[in-house]
Write a protein that binds this ligand. Sequence first.
Ligand code: AR6
Length: 177
Amino acid sequence: METYWNGRLQVLTGDITRLDVDAIVNAANESLLRGGGVCGAIHRAAGPELEEACRALGGAKTGDAKITPGFRLPARHVIHAVGPVWRGGGSGEPELLASCYRRSLKLADEHGLRTIAFPAISTGIFGYPKEEAAQVAAETVASFLEKSELPERVIFCCFTEEDAEIYRRILVQRFGG
Ligand code: AR6
């Protein structure tokens, strides 16, 4: 696992449901109910209590995020962030994607969470190009951390080595190798 910026940013390849962190972020949709992709994996690993807790949240708008306990996951909390569906880039997608990273980090800060792991939100079923999404993710997270002591550490959890390589390249450009 590579670390950047005195260890506050990390890139790793693997299954986010296995991470022992204060919060993992779920790439949800506006219903906040169980779906496919990383969302399906998180619900499977957390158990049925997670869907019950999500149902009680009553959905969330694109660009927003809401928090639940992690139930059977090693992570203490799940932050359900709703990324945008990619419609070509001219429908406010970058701002909506940035917003769901910011809202997730704000929730982590408000709950006193020290460690949080993000998947590459919107880059699977929602079709956001991976490179562009990683740029938004890295820039938004770095700007937030510059102004906030919490979370102390943010992990970009990539599902493939190829995705991790994109993040490494972007973070080396921004923070140096
Ligand atoms: N750990 C880490 N990353 C993962 C995992 C995992 N276990 N599984 C997949 N990924 P996606 P979206 C990566 O499709 O595009 C759901 O139905 C995957 O390779 O999960 O935001 C929701 O309910 C990709 O890079 O989320 C919504 O309806 C990234 O996670 C919709 O899909 C996100 O892919 C959200 O679509």
